[in-house]
Design a protein around this ligand. Structure first.
Ligand SMILES: Nc1ncnc2c1ncn2[C@@H]1O[C@H](COP(=O)(O)OP(=O)(O)O)[C@@H](O)[C@H]1O
Ligand SMILES: [Mg+2]
Length: 272
């Protein structure tokens, strides 16, 4: 078992108010799986991804990654895990904009005090077909190219697992498809992929679907060909897995139950 999560919770105290961003999540993920996590805005997807990616610590519960209890680790050990075993891809790319792509990709190598950083960073850029753009700064690149640089940075240490939080959320559909193509290639090579998205056409491409509601896992199901079809054609979860009214509640767009309000698809800046 690559990932074993038990009763994981994250509670934020906001003045007098207690926000249970994650409210007792349990999940097992085997090495090599391809999961999509979806759910309404505020349902806890990003909180969960940050915990899985060792970017944050839970309030309670346990998280074993490769049979080690991550929840007991020191900040230093967590930093090492993040650096060596995990790749994280964000909706907003999180690159250093005035620094050439190759140096952005080399950041984890430099932190890890590795050698041959240029060669390794270049190899990673070539895996996302950006070798020719190595010297370009992210500020000179399109959104799709920036996200490819971010993926190169995520894979430069050959992590076993990649967490991606709305990686296509800032990209147009065609560019998003290119990004998904890279995740498919990584999955074929054996990398475990866990991807948060509110777009059904993106979620449908995984092998297993998780839906979160109010900080808990509401649905956990394999994506069968018929479910994939339903997701692609109705723009929502298949009726075969969802009989509750939460999603199929007769809304204008048909997807409001799973739409993340912060992610309207905007035209990609700088794309020709
Ligand atoms: N740093 C924080 N401080 C306080 N509340 C937070 C924080 N991060 C997230 N939350 C709250 O936790 C809930 C889940 O948020 P989030 O995980 O970002 O959801 P999602 O990614 O599904 O939109 C929301 O109610 C959000 O307002
Ligand atoms: Mg989020």
């Amino acid at each position: 078992m690559l990932i074993q999560v038990r009763d994981l919770s994250k509670v934020y105290q906001m003045g007098a108010e207690v926000v249970r961003a994650l409210d007792g999540v349990s999940l097992d993920v085997d090495a090599g799986e391809f999961l999509s996590i979806t759910g309404a805005s505020g349902s806890g997807k990003s909180t969960f991804m940050h915990l899985l990616g060792c970017l944050d610590k839970p309030t309670s519960g346990t998280y074993h990654l490769n049979d080690r209890d991550v929840t007991q680790m020191s900040d230093k050990e967590l930093a090492r895990i993040r650096n060596r075993e995990i790749g994280f891809v964000f909706q907003t790319f999180n690159l250093i904009n005035r620094t050439p792509a190759i140096d952005n990709v080399a950041v984890p190598l430099v932190y890890g005090r590795e050698t041959f950083t240029n060669k390794k960073a270049m190899d990673a850029l070539e895996r996302v077909q950006l070798g020719k753009r190595a010297k370009h700064k992210p500020s000179e690149m399109s959104g799709g190219e920036r996200q490819r640089v971010a993926i190169a940075r995520a894979i430069v240490n050959n992590p076993k697992v990649i967490f991606a939080d709305e990686p296509t959320g800032n990209l147009d559909t065609r560019t998003g498809e290119q990004i998904m193509g890279i995740f498919h290639d990584l999955h074929k090579e054996g990398t475990t992929i866990i991807l948060v998205t509110h777009e059904m056409s993106v979620a449908a491409q995984a092998k297993r679907l998780i839906r979160m509601v109010d900080g808990v896992v509401d649905t956990d199901t394999p994506i069968t060909p018929s479910l994939r079809n339903e997701m692609l054609h109705s723009g929502m979860f298949g009726a075969s897995v969802l009989t509750d009214s939460g999603v199929s509640g007769g809304t204008e767009s048909g997807v409001s139950g799973v739409t993340d309000s912060g992610s309207t698809v905007a035209a990609e800046p700088g794309v020709s």
